[in-house]
Design a protein around this ligand. Structure first.
Ligand code: UDX
Length: 456
């Protein structure tokens, strides 16, 4: 077939690292770049600097076959790539909710003067609308006038714990190019994805659009997902107040295909490295663009989300027969076990984790909190050293006055309530993710409480 463009991925964190390995797997020659030499050393040795299901095999295989290489040298990146994908992080700024574009700026201004031949710089990082045009200005200012460097945009939608599949088999590809040449090169850089789809008898919808829309697709999608979760969590409050069951409500609503079942799981709300920060950044950008009024509901979505955490701490006090007085819930002297530290199962990521935040809040109210998580212990310990940690689930629940399930790991679903009740001080369980079968636990003598469901 036609020659494939050579690809570089600038920033090989959970986003760029996954893309680099997957595109090598799709047959491209790939070079990953990062300023973090620790990451580069690990990847180069075929090892993983972070956990992502199934990624280690792809990295090892493609490092071995030579299609996947890594470097900390920007000149090597400039010399190698026909298409450079910008995958650096855009964390919130220290002084506001807006996204900090410092990593983008430094990546672009480092690379631009080193470029010696016509190439494409494609943004994948999640950015405020308007960034792509600004990146083109940066490029024009910092690259040689003899070299043509065009900016294009192609947002990504990968979900942690499913990232490999999301990249190899995306549910859509969005491309924004400024010229026919760029459009063709961009399509060539994604051809592997379409070929794999054809082989598997699938279709990948392709949306070609302008910069602003391409930038917005990502944040709009994430804001929509956040809204969906907060919507069902608001309904959970309504169920709690009226004796309904939010799980049955969500199931029944979801059968309307216009609504759908996904992202309607009520519980302690959303967290992670994307949804919360993207929501705040979108609201901030809306305000800057003079449409703050129409973005106001996003603040409400966030309030509902954070209120779930307050709610769980109050519920914990209630379950233990404690006051929820004017000074807040009183948990002193209680041993509380928190099962789950990561922001969702099958990852070791604890960024903006509702589970860990609730553990911290309970500890602040005086409880002795012991945390257990199948995969997130190292990160949790680093982030919240003040909490106690159990090596195993059984060790963590020993002597507990209350057990809280705050991340719905498979391991927790299979716990035998009978066996567990011998270990705890009081058989009380708070199911923050509606992950357990209430009847099973009640039959074994536990006081069970889920969110958005009636009490015993
Ligand atoms: C998210 C988006 O899904 C993804 O498309 C985007 O590219 C990056 O951000 P991720 O951060 O990996 O992906 O997590 P996701 O699976 O979306 O879950 C986010 C949070 O929402 C988790 O804390 C999860 O527990 C919570 N959640 C999810 C719910 O509380 N209820 C649900 O029904 C679904």
């Amino acid at each position: 077939g036609s020659p494939r463009p050579r690809l570089t991925f600038i920033g090989v964190g959970p986003l760029g690292g996954t893309y680099a390995a997957c595109y090598a797997e799709l047959g491209y020659e790939v070079l990953g770049y990062d300023v973090d030499s620790g990451r580069i050393e690990k990847f180069s040795a075929g090892e993983m600097p972070f956990y992502e299901r199934g990624l280690d095999d792809l990295v090892r295989k493609n490092v071995d076959n030579g299609r996947l290489r890594f470097t900390t040298d920007p000149q090597e990146v400039a010399d190698f790539g026909d298409v450079h994908f910008l995958c650096v992080g855009t964390p919130p700024r220290k002084d506001s909710d807006s996204a900090d574009l410092a990593y983008i700026e430094s990546a672009v201004t480092t690379l631009a003067p080193l470029l010696t031949r016509r190439c494409l710089l494609v943004g994948k990082s999640t950015v405020p609308v308007g960034t792509a045009a600004w990146v083109q200005q940066l490029i024009d200012k910092h690259s040689s006038p003899d070299v043509e460097v065009e900016v294009a945009w192609s947002p990504e939608f990968l979900q942690e714990a499913n990232a490999v599949d999301d990249v190899l088999r995306p549910n859509r590809i969005v491309l924004a190019a400024q010229s026919e040449w760029a459009d063709e090169l961009l399509q060539a850089a994604h051809k592997g994805v379409f070929e794999l789809a054809a082989m598997e008898d699938r279709e990948v919808p392709l949306v070609k659009t302008d910069f602003a829309t391409a930038e917005l697709v990502k944040v709009a999608s994430n804001a929509f997902l956040s809204t969906k979760i907060s919507f069902i969590n608001a309904m959970a409050e309504l169920c709690e107040a009226s004796g309904g069951d939010v799980n049955a409500l969500a199931r029944a609503m979801g059968y309307d295909s216009r609504i759908g079942h996904r992202f309607l799981r009520a519980g302690i709300g959303f967290g992670g490295g994307c949804l919360p920060k993207d929501l705040r950044a979108l609201a901030a950008r809306g305000k800057e663009l003079g449409v703050g009024e129409s973005m106001r509901f996003l603040a409400e979505v966030e309030d509902i989300n954070l209120n779930r955490r307050t709610k769980v701490v109050r519920l914990a006090a209630e379950l233990c027969g404690r006051e929820n007085g004017p000074n807040g819930p009183e948990l002193s002297g209680l041993n509380i076990t928190v099962l789950g530290a990561t922001f969702k199962p099958d990852t070791d990521d604890v960024r903006d984790s509702p589970a860990l935040d609730i553990a911290r809040r309970m500890s602040n109210e005086g409880a002795t909190v012991t945390v257990y998580d199948p995969m997130g212990m190292d990160n949790a310990r680093m982030f919240r050293p003040e909490l106690r940690y159990g090596h195993t689930l059984t060790e963590a629940v020993e002597g507990a006055d209350l057990v809280c399930v705050l991340t719905e790991w498979e391991e927790f679903r299979h716990v035998d309530p009978e066996a567990l009740s011998d270990l705890v001080a009081k058989p009380r369980i708070l199911d923050g993710r509606n992950a357990l079968d209430p009847q099973l636990w009640r039959n074994a003598g536990w006081t069970y409480r889920g969110l958005g469901r009636a009490a015993d």
